[in-house]
Design a protein. Sequence first.
Length: 54
Amino acid sequence: DGGDGLLLHISGIGGTLCTVSARRTWVVSEVKSATERHTGIPGSSQRLLSGISV
């Protein structure tokens, strides 16, 4: 992938929901769309946090 791939671990209150394969060039709307495809949670209901360990 040329080193531009990321694995995003998506969690909710109840724990891990899914892992999304993303590109470093993606904007927030692309991350939310991919997360919605995996979880069914609309992008408008998602809150993205970075660098948080729970």
